[in-house]
Design a protein around this ligand. Structure first.
Ligand code: CTP
Length: 152
């Protein structure tokens, strides 16, 4: 039984997330996914749109995922590796080199990301529809038309 472990936030679950989970599962027999809690995201400087309970439920329901667990700290990885008898630690190559220190316990692999999709980009697009953003655009337009009026 070869066990693979990964971590992530998986906010606004998208095809890049699905692809990496599928490819990670193909590296072994059992895939365990640590889903970052909202508090841990705050430590990482991220604020997910979808709450933790929903993100972990989505990840848990993916057929390539055998177990989903909360990720609450940076230090937890070694603990999980021992607890779940992990053989492979895998993650997207945006983290390349960052977890090489785990190589004394497991095989560490960095997989290519799916191009053209990311939660950060989805949030950016959504923010363009954000009410406050629209409001500030309106204000800018009002100011501009005021200036044009005064000049004409
Ligand atoms: N991932 C991927 N391809 C993408 C986006 C993410 O393979 N296009 C992988 C990441 O490398 C990571 C996992 O999916 O191993 C979880 O990534 P996460 O940070 O939750 O998602 P991102 O879309 O990368 O979010 P963000 O843009 O906020 O970093």
């Amino acid at each position: 039984m070869k066990t693979v472990l990964t971590y992530g936030t998986f906010d606004l679950f998208h095809i890049g997330h699905l692809n990496i989970l599928k490819r990670l599962k193909a590296q072994g027999d059992r895939l365990i996914v640590g889903v970052s809690t909202d508090d841990f995201n705050a430590i990482k400087g991220k604020r997910p749109i979808v709450p933790f309970d929903q993100r972990i439920e989505i990840v848990r329901s993916i057929r390539f995922v055998d177990e989903a667990i909360p990720e609450e700290s940076w230090e937890q990885k070694r603990e999980d590796i021992r607890k779940y008898n992990v053989d492979v630690f895998g993650i997207g190559e945006d983290w390349k080199g960052k977890f090489d220190d785990l190589e004394d316990e497991v095989e560490v692999i960095y997989l290519p990301r799916t191009t053209g999709v990311s939660t950060t980009e989805m949030k950016r697009v959504l923010s363009e529809f954000d009410e406050r953003h629209v409001e500030s655009l309106k204000n800018t337009l009002d100011t501009l038309s005021q200036i044009v009026k005064e000049l004409s």
